[in-house]
Design a protein around this ligand. Sequence first.
Ligand SMILES: Cc1ncc(COP(=O)(O)O)c(C=O)c1O
Length: 386
Amino acid sequence: MIKQYLLSPGPTAVPERVMLRMAHPMIHHRTPQFSAIFAETKEMLEQLFQTRNDALILSSSGTGAMEAALINLCAPGDTIIYVNGGKFGERWGKIAETHGILTVELKVEWGSAVAVADVETALIANPHAKAVFVQASETATTTEHPIREIAALTATRDHCVTVVDAITALGVIDMPMDAWGLDVVISGSQKALMLPPGLAMIALSDKAWEMVGANKGCHSFYFDLVTERKNQQKGKDTTAWTPAASLIIGLNEVLKMMFEEGLDNLYARHSLLAEATRAGVQALGMKLVSNVPAASATGAFIPEAVDGVAFFKYLRDKMGVTFAGGQDHLSGKIIRIAHLGYYDVFDVVIALSAIEIALDRFGYPVVMGAGVAAAQKVLANRFAKV
Ligand SMILES: Cc1ncc(COP(=O)(O)O)c(C=O)c1O
């Protein structure tokens, strides 16, 4: 037997309590019983988004909500600005092009955050741009972008909004949607929300809803957010189409767990685990991929002498520990260690210990325990002194 550990930045491990809740017999989604769960779930979700507007639940992966944001806000021929600092930033451009939406790409070196001044320059050069699309946390490079500052730039412009992909940020970092003026925030189930893949969430500010109302270009039947809002609003408490009901029931349990922990504690836990992981990999001589590292996952360069693809597969197939590797030009060069969702102190120890053993097996001169020890010094802060 090889015990399996899922330490990738999505999908992430699902808590036992959530699995048990989802294992209950199926219920029909057009019933008062489901609507009561739906209403409670949506209300908690809005507290997590920190918005007084609707947080809509879509039955799709996160990309569905990214596409929904683009096509509900924009029509073919409109211009958008998007930050491309990795695989997921690049996706904004691909979706826009699919729908005939014109794009201004802000290409950022992988591992760096976009400079706010560059966003401002692009906004000045493109006064008709309808939105800036950006990741709160670019998972491909484990980098956080300055979403609050970007939102402040669009806040002063009529008919221009900031759209934030928070798929690996919501429930990881404190990003109060209304207080920071984030116009659209998107998330997905299989990350910090500790669920299997299959749900996306999206919330819009009043300004974004006004733009949706004025937009004549939405060419989607399924992802029509106006229809969704009509159905999901308080009092109706249902979805336009058949929802992924068992995942919504699971989400209800997840959100209860999050509020039992308390949002401040939730963010502090993620921050501590990230700090410990960074300390651990650096103690092993591994360089961080990002110069603005995310709290959701840590990307680190695999030593050059080690075959990165084989290293990653060895960890997964021989040791039972699944991390994420690199994408595109970083394939075989980096490892991404997740620390979001159902993840605590001793998961960091497992991650680093596995990496140390694998490095040793690949002939890299590693001092066993060096990474773990560096992490433990940080992790100990999670426990009170007696
Ligand atoms: C930041 C970010 N955006 C978008 C996506 C795409 O989401 P999905 O794979 O759920 O469609 C991911 C998934 O890894 C992500 O991490």
